[in-house]
Design a binder for this molecule. Structure first.
Ligand code: UTP
Length: 274
């Protein structure tokens, strides 16, 4: 039902410099797999078959990753290492990867708008690959697709965050309508702890209805001169068309060094146990 997943991956990743000077943040590995591949696997688990990736200058490694490398295939064929390529090969063979470039970094909202050409006019998912999620039972996007079937409106994934950390996030003002499911009436981007309307912070998983594009087109640049996705979602929320979903599982902020190390330790334990 939701076939396409958008990956805004054009940002500079300045919090990770110098590592991200020539390598896209999305290609940094957690153990032996780049961040974006975790996101793609989550989208596939949720039933999606088309990955729409927003890139920019210096991001070609992402395209090369989701493509065949003939030289490498040739080198590794019949050796004991061939199994290491098994998973990525299956992704490349069975799913569609499409790309467009965001030429100027004018914010997440702008990156989503640039993606319209890849999405068209259907509901779609958005994954920010530096938010690495591990769902409980099933993946976070799969949980959100279930909810979409019921509500048929935009959905943002949220988690409870302590007051002192809330100003790093977009925060929803919302009323709980069933366990873990909230009707959003307003949203604030990076509020001070005093101004925060709740402790529910938006993380990098969304399902968006396609009217978001028309709203983004007329959204003026907000905080930092960037077109904020939050501002467009606020408009949808005015018509009760945004649900916040307190997902079941874990989330690592791999855009920060601390979260990246935490994720590495966590996934290494799983890797060793395999
Ligand atoms: P971030 O706020 O994490 O920005 O963007 P960033 O540039 O990647 O990282 P820092 O803060 O400089 O370290 C959230 C997501 O939105 C994408 C980023 O690639 C990231 O996945 N994004 C942001 C774009 O695609 N285009 C933009 O203009 C801004």
């Amino acid at each position: 039902m939701i076939r396409k997943c958008l990956f805004p991956a054009a940002g500079y990743g300045t919090r990770f410099l110098p590592a991200t000077k020539a390598i896209p943040k999305e290609m940094l590995p957690i153990v032996n797999k780049p961040l974006i591949q975790y996101g793609v696997e989550e989208a596939i688990e949720a039933g999606m078959d088309t990955m729409a990736i927003i890139t920019g200058r210096g991001k070609r490694a992402i395209e090369d990753h989701f493509d065949i490398s003939y030289e490498l295939e040739h080198q590794i064929k019949g050796t004991s290492k061939e199994h290491l390529l098994h998973d990525i090969r299956a992704l490349v063979e069975n799913y569609t990867f499409t790309y467009t470039r965001q030429k100027e970094m004018k914010g997440l909202g702008h990156a989503v708008l640039v993606g319209q050409t890849l999405i068209g006019s259907e509901p779609f998912a958005v994954v920010l690959a530096d938010d690495l999620c591990e769902g409980e039972g099933k993946g976070v996007l799969a949980q959100m697709v279930e909810l979409y079937k019921k509500f048929r409106c935009s959905i943002v994934a949220v988690m409870e965050v302590p007051k002192e950390k809330i100003s790093k996030y977009g925060v929803v003002s919302a009323k709980e309508i069933e366990e873990g499911v909230y009707m959003v009436s307003d949203m604030v981007e990076k509020p001070s702890p005093k101004e925060a309307p709740s402790n529910l912070a938006v993380i990098g998983r969304y399902i968006l209805t396609p009217d978001i594009f028309e709203i983004l087109e007329r959204t003026e640049p907000g905080a930092g001169g960037e077109i904020q996705l939050t501002d467009a979602l606020k408009e949808q929320a005015k018509n009760n068309m945004v649900i916040a979903y307190r997902f079941k599982g874990k989330r690592f902020d791999c855009g920060s060094v601390e979260g990246f190390v935490e994720a590495t330790n966590y996934f290494y334990e799983k890797f060793k146990a395999k």
